[in-house]
Design a protein around this ligand. Structure first.
Ligand code: IMP
Length: 444
């Protein structure tokens, strides 16, 4: 391997940490951005000046005209959703053609996967996961069952048509037999898939060999995770998780490169915590403070528009994410949302139902739901952090908050975001990651 300049950006909480903004602002300095997990369940809002872009599948690097974008084998692709996103970007003047490359080994989400996702959620009743209803789980399930359609088929219409019809008929039988749900109109669904396939086929190209060649040649490559560690299929709050691995290691598996190609890991976390969908969330605040965070932080899902559950920064969960994902440094977003609060709470320990200390996020989600968080109160700060671009100008209280979090989680906070725009960002401290980020932000 040559002079390796790769980097990874992943979510360190329950998704929606602000990865889109972080990837966008870094990606101008990378030759390519690579997405490796999930599907159009992800939602990234990227703001450039007055313009706002909502991305779901296409890597956030697409906004930079010179950055190439790759989508790995570990993704699940809804052809219509991908096409809609590409068309929307083109309407906004963003040229996608020739810059976006899709692995031929990813899985295809069919309209019947969506129907199965919704029917299964409906059946779960009170125990529902709160999925995005995009067919993500059923598609990953079909990969494991070895009956999924893969993206290479987008270029072989006859094979795609036969295989899609066959699988959708099987899905329809399951919809009726298992869930008493309505069948999907297969002819209509097939027409939708075939129309999208024709336009997407030119994007297909093996991702691994290109990435290996770039990294070996010393080109900087950025790997972009979707969702977050606490939604990871193995290490998240199972079963209230997404259906893919959100950890850095999966990037290697998804792209067909060795782990040595990935580079240091920047974990994105909010200065507080949010979650959409169901499942345990120990520091959720059901009172006016939680409502205040939602209002000030505009905490509504990018993909589904659902109000996000809001609460306080959870050091135990953050440490779990940092350790399991090998996060080297943090990017802390939305600190400006905390401006004006008299007191902030930070959870520094978990207490189990019997009063015992619970050291980390337990494997048992039911136990996690019974955790009582132990908080410390941190004084808020006078003045605003909003829009600040330099560490020196931060109010003393905000600096103390960052120092406290860094001390508690054990890795440096190397980037702080003070607003939704690219320029509302600062590098912080003198860690290797902070120096690299400072260089990128200064345009050097
Ligand atoms: P699914 O990924 O649609 O199956 O949903 C499973 C869980 O992951 C639900 O709680 C979703 O709300 C959550 N989820 C999936 N993608 C994202 C994301 O990009 N941000 C935040 N939550 C997500």
């Amino acid at each position: 391997m040559g002079d390796q300049k790769s980097m990874m950006v992943i979510g360190g909480q329950w998704g929606d940490e602000g990865k889109g903004k972080v990837v966008d602002l870094l990606s101008g300095s990378f030759l390519a951005v690579v997405r490796y997990n999930g599907g159009h369940n992800a939602g990234h809002t990227v703001r450039v000046g007055e313009r706002k872009f909502a991305l779901h599948l296409v890597p956030s690097g697409i906004i930079h005209p010179q950055t190439r974008c790759y989508m790995g084998a570990g993704l699940v692709i809804d052809p219509t959703a991908l096409l809609t996103e590409i068309d929307r970007l083109s309407d906004e003047g963003i040229e996608v053609e020739g810059r976006l490359c899709l692995s031929p080994r990813a899985a295809i989400i069919l309209p019947t996967h969506r129907a199965l996702d919704l029917a299964r959620e409906d059946r779960r009743g009170e125990g529902k996961i709160g999925t995005t209803g995009r067919g993500i789980g059923p598609a990953y399930q079909d990969i494991a069952q070895r009956r999924c359609l893969r993206t290479w088929m987008l270029a072989t219409p006859a094979k795609l048509r036969d295989a899609a019809r066959d699988l959708m008929l099987r899905h329809n039988a399951e919809l009726v037999a298992l869930f008493g749900a309505e069948e999907v109109d297969v002819d209509e669904a097939l027409a939708e898939v075939m129309a999208a396939a024709k336009r997407l086929a030119p994007l297909l190209r093996e991702v691994g060999p290109e990435i290996r060649r770039h990294v070996d040649g010393g080109d900087p490559i950025l790997f972009e995770g979707a969702q977050g560690v606490l939604l990871d299929i193995n290490w998240g709050t199972y079963p209230f998780v997404t259906s893919s691995s959100c950890l850095p290691g999966f990037a290697a598996a998804s792209c067909g490169v060795g782990p040595g190609y990935l580079g240091p890991v920047l974990g994105v976390m909010k200065a507080y915590a949010t979650r959409v969908g169901s499942g345990p969330f120990p520091t959720e605040d059901f009172g006016p403070d939680g409502d205040g965070l939602r209002d000030r932080g505009a905490e509504y899902g990018t993909t589904t528009g659902r109000p996000r559950r809001c609460g306080w920064f959870d050091v135990v969960a953050a440490r779990h994410a940092i350790q399991t994902a090998g996060i080297d440094a943090l990017a802390l977003t939305k600190i400006d949302v905390l401006d004006g609060l008299k007191t902030l709470k930070v959870c520094v320990a978990y207490e189990g139902p019997g009063g015992e200390l619970v050291e980390t996020v337990p494997a048992d989600a039911e136990l996690l739901a019974e955790i009582t968080p132990r908080y410390v109160d941190i004084p808020g700060w006078d003045g605003a952090t909003e829009g600040m671009v330099s560490e020196e100008t931060l109010p003393e209280g905000a600096r103390a908050y960052l120092d406290f979090l860094e001390d508690q989680v054990g890795v440096p906070v190397a980037l702080v975001s003070t607003g939704p725009r690219r320029d509302e960002t600062m590098a912080r401290g003198s860690s290797a990651m902070a120096r690299r980020i400072a260089k990128i932000l200064s345009g050097a």
